[in-house]
Design a protein around this ligand. Structure first.
Ligand code: SAH
Length: 364
């Protein structure tokens, strides 16, 4: 098992030949544990309405200049249908933390999709009550994705203003999610102003301790119309030697280390990575630990409004154009698109052992 100190020393590694060894090792573990098939996930960004005021995020409630939307049920069903028709086995329904989001409305959409289409559903709707999470799970949602962003509580408190009646840290919510039987996903941003090397090493160690099924981490991309983005543009973090840079190479190091500490997890090559290297980010991610790729199925008219950070990759690319680009990319890598819902190997093993323990308890 890789110790925290070893993770830390890899994060600091600068030597390109040594890093190649790390990347090759991550690629070999990926091939041995989860195979060569790449899972394609259809992303539906169904609402940008948000009550949170995260200092890093362009969709924060305080950004009143951003027009807000929520897709209708018919629009969501049409996007889900597009995923099914193109053979993507999973849709990821993501949104801001919409206070007006009626949990029954979403539950009903989830159950309609599950009834009509052979799709796994991942929800990513931010911090929700246990009651809401349970309702969606009962309606048929398979997976929930909630990045804890950083395990450093002081940094978390700085970038994430507390909401009244909602004191919980995301790590606590992840325990509920797991407890409810969801396939559980999380991750962090890399290079958040104020993030130290040792905090990032601790984050990766948390991935292992949480036994996550899906782990998506991407670089922090400054948004000029946010408090953190403004501070970043003033260069307030540059002087600090403890500061993790929000660079492409740091992202690959984190992805490779994530694969080594969580060999059976599903790991996406993220859109934020493709944003900072549009030409090669996606493919390099897939060669350095990742086995999942996102395809954006949000209707084109809404995409610019889901502005977590600026100049997001693929913002104007049609589903057909994305499909063709991804097919070329996979062919170049000698990889294939996975068929089926693509549950994480980690989840399959984890749920088998839960069932076995349960059976033993019953027979004892
Ligand atoms: N409301 C949901 C979905 C948020 S968007 C939630 O809170 O979970 C999904 C992810 O985008 C966030 O978890 C965060 O890690 C990432 N993100 C937000 N702002 C970002 C930025 N400026 N740069 C890079 N990633 C960002």
């Amino acid at each position: 098992m890789m110790k925290r100190d070893e993770i830390l020393s890899w994060l600091h590694e600068q030597d390109t030949e040594r890093l190649e060894i790390l990347f090759r090792q991550a690629d070999a573990v990926r091939r041995a544990e989860v195979g060569d098939a790449v899972h394609l996930r259809g992303l539906i960004e169904f609402s940008n309405i948000c009550r949170s005021n995260c200092h890093h995020c362009g969709m924060r409630a305080g950004r009143v200049s951003l027009a807000r939307y929520r897709m209708t049920e018919d629009e969501i069903l049409a996007s889900a249908g597009e995923a099914a028709a193109r053979g993507y086995g999973t849709i990821v329904m993501q949104s801001g933390e919409n206070p007006g989001l009626d949990d029954r409305w979403l539950a009903q959409i989830v159950s309609t999709i599950k009834r009509r289409m052979a799709l796994a559903i991942t929800l990513s709707c931010g911090e929700r009550s246990r009651h809401e999470l349970a309702r969606w799970r009962d309606a048929g949602a398979d997976r929930y994705f909630l990045r804890f962003e950083t395990s450093d509580r002081a940094l978390w408190n700085r970038i994430h203003p507390a909401r009244t009646h909602h004191p919980r840290h995301r790590l606590d919510i992840l325990h509920w999610i797991k407890d409810l039987g969801y396939e559980t996903g999380s991750g962090v941003m890399i290079g958040i102003p104020g993030q130290t090397w040792s905090a990032l090493a601790e984050d990766i160690d948390w991935f292992r301790r949480l036994e996550l099924d899906m782990i998506g981490s991407g670089p922090y991309v400054p948004h000029a119309d946010t408090p953190l983005g403004r501070a970043f543009c003033r260069g307030s973090q540059i002087e600090n030697p403890e500061q993790v840079p929000n660079t492409e190479i740091m992202t690959y190091k984190v992805m490779a280390l994530t694969r080594l500490v969580c060999p059976r997890a599903n790991i996406p090559s993220t859109t934020a990575l493709a944003t900072i290297n549009p030409a090669h980010g996606s493919e390099l991610g897939l060669q350095r630990g990742a086995n999942v790729l996102m395809v954006n199925l949000t209707p084109l008219k809404y995409r610019p409004l889901y502005e977590i950070y600026p100049a997001k990759a693929c913002v104007g690319e049609t589903p057909q154009a994305q499909k063709e680009r991804v097919a070329c990319l996979l062919a170049e890598l000698g990889r294939v698109a996975a068929v089926g819902e693509g549950a994480s190997q980690n989840y399959l093993v984890r749920s088998r052992s839960i069932t076995t323990i349960g059976a033993k308890e019953v027979s004892a």
